[in-house]
Design a protein around this ligand. Sequence first.
Ligand SMILES: Nc1ncnc2c1ncn2[C@@H]1O[C@H](COP(=O)(O)OP(=O)(O)O)[C@@H](O)[C@H]1O
Ligand SMILES: [Mg+2]
Length: 391
Amino acid sequence: MTILYEPSRQVAQHFAMLVGGDVRTAGSLAEAHALLEEDPDEQLVLFGPNTPVLEAVGFAAKFRLSRPSLGVVLLRHQLEVGVLADAIRSGVREVADVNDPTSILAACARSQDLSRRLSLGGGRAQGGEPTADGKVVTVYSAKGGCGKTMIATNLAITLAAGGAKKVCLIDLDLTLGDVALMLQLQPERTIADAVPVADRIDETGLRTMVSPYCPGVDALLAPVVPTVAEQINRELITEILYLTRSMYDYVIVDTPPIFNDHVLAALDSSHLYLLVATPAVTAMKNLRILLDTFDVLDYRKENRLVVLNRADPRLGVTPADIERVLRIPITSHIPVSRDVSVSINRGVPIVLDSPTHPVSEAIRQLASKRIGAEPTTPKGLKSLMSRRTKR
Ligand SMILES: Nc1ncnc2c1ncn2[C@@H]1O[C@H](COP(=O)(O)OP(=O)(O)O)[C@@H](O)[C@H]1O
Ligand SMILES: [Mg+2]
């Protein structure tokens, strides 16, 4: 079934005919909401050409987390780049040209196919639902250069414990990823390989995309050509994270210093948010703003871990000062040391290069005390799962 929201009755009729099947039409946004509430299994809402873009944007953003399998497709007379970008960023799956019936039908079909795969009734369930037990940890900071990639790489190696556990390190800094460089891996296989098979990616396929690094650690590297990032959408990342969770004990996600769609997809699927800050006023301010954003997005407080990197007692900023400003406890202090840069320049992560170093010790403590603890359910997956079990 499809909900079609379009104020003009005549236009609504035209598109209802085009889409075919069981279409319920709404003349107002309130009506569309009411129709959606009536059917918790509804998977597609089509916004007609006479609906305000902002309504579609708000609608998609509202249901992005609470109903991840619901697709929103927007029909427009003109496809302006700004409109497209805003819509897609908010969670609209496709924007189709009203004058191109083939592309409208294709957009609806793609959205419905994705919805099917995201919900229990989809193809994956029939083929055997993977047991997604791995823990997803996203390492994030709104600022560059504070040590995200250093922490993500060393943490992945530490958690693998020489091969006792399986860890997938994903480089989501899709335009400027440094994981390959830090691990001295040749990016022959990257996440870009997932683009042509985005609608049918499976475990076997994923195994051909990762680069083995050391016992227990595989890396899914960033594309070599930065423009490929544009072809990687939120659904693909959600899919990859769901799949990797079923294949690995831990999935560590390294991120760019921006709050983009890729980061949101990772955060939505994460059990733990590892937020990196340095003891600098600007980093503190950025982290405070980020924590406020997390509140709005409803990312649970108990799943937030703040890691203070380059902790330096000589700076005069005490951890107590920082905790007071941020109103959140600091989980881990990683000391400042030029040996970190030396290890990065040598291409050997410090936990391997110098396992007894205080930086390696701090990362081990973080891994064993906080990340190895009992798993919790990630926000996005929780809503997905509860919908699945209801069926
Ligand atoms: N604990 C530390 N002590 C000293 N230098 C560090 C430390 N952590 C990171 N660095 C330096 O900061 C640089 C940036 O780290 P990186 O992990 O690439 O940051 P991000 O991924 O957040 O941009 C590294 O090249 C390294 O030289
Ligand atoms: Mg980085």
